[in-house]
Design a protein around this ligand. Structure first.
Ligand SMILES: CC(C)(COP(=O)(O)OP(=O)(O)OC[C@H]1O[C@@H](n2cnc3c(N)ncnc32)[C@H](O)[C@@H]1OP(=O)(O)O)[C@@H](O)C(=O)NCCC(=O)NCCS
Length: 202
């Protein structure tokens, strides 16, 4: 019998957590720009996320194994700036190496860096990413992860949040099922239209 445990990640977390999250993202959200920057980049990004005071991360453990995660961030308009400072302060030695994939995709990187301004939707909180290990999907676990996250956001006074979805028609159904409403689309990267969903937290 599988035992699902939903855990809100606090300041003290397992050192391997960022790696587990990065790996799950890399293997399952392949069409995302972040994945195209490589696994090492994602590992550093999630290390930053876990240390960022504006991030809310919930993981699901299944019989002690890592089963999946959701990450929200309640201050996205400056997240890229904070990430850049984090890279300079904490990843000083690997910074030049991390810059390589960014420079290789310079236009997309710049678009990603400035997208919160381009979006023109005044919703500061965003569901950054969510993924589950394949065998735990379609059992209501994703929905539950989001629910746990929403309860925390509510306690923090957050009234609504958004998500940007790109590349997978099927995925739209999940976001609609969890009560999100389509607000429009944005061409974040040339030729790649993302759909913006918003949900009011009740
Ligand atoms: C997206 C994801 C987290 C959904 O989690 P999940 O646990 O499988 O979803 P749930 O079982 O909680 O589904 C909730 C509802 O959405 C529907 N749904 C979920 N995934 C769906 C899909 N791919 N297509 C159609 N409907 C879907 C379910 O049928 C369910 O409907 P119901 O409430 O009427 O029963 C999971 O499929 C996943 O990890 N995907 C790969 C990573 C990814 O693409 N992440 C999103 C990008 S940020």
């Amino acid at each position: 019998m599988e035992k699902f445990e939903f855990i809100i990640v606090g300041k003290k977390y397992d050192i391997n957590l960022a790696k587990n999250i990065a790996l799950l993202h890399y293997n399952n959200i392949k069409y995302s720009f972040m994945s195209s920057l490589g696994l090492n980049f994602l590992k550093v990004f999630y290390k930053f996320i876990l240390s960022d005071p504006f991030s809310i991360t919930i993981i699901v453990k299944v019989n002690e194994d890592f089963g999946g995660y959701v990450v929200f961030n309640k201050n996205v308009s400056t997240i890229n700036k904070r990430f850049l400072f984090y890279l300079i302060r904490k990843e000083f030695l690997s910074f030049p190496q991390l810059l390589i994939p960014l420079l290789r995709n310079i236009m997309e990187s710049l678009n990603s860096f400035f997208y919160p301004k381009k979006l023109k939707i005044n919703v500061e909180c965003e569901l950054i990413s969510i993924a589950l290990v394949n065998k735990y999907r379609n059992m209501g676990v994703g929905k539950k992860l989001v629910e746990v996250g929403e309860n925390i956001l509510k306690e923090l006074g957050v009234k609504k949040y958004k998500v940007l979805v790109y590349g997978d028609e099927e995925l739209y159904k999940f976001y609609r099922k969890i009560g999100m409403q389509k607000m429009g689309t944005i061409e974040l990267h040339k030729g790649k239209i993302s759909t913006i969903y918003i949900k009011e937290i009740k």
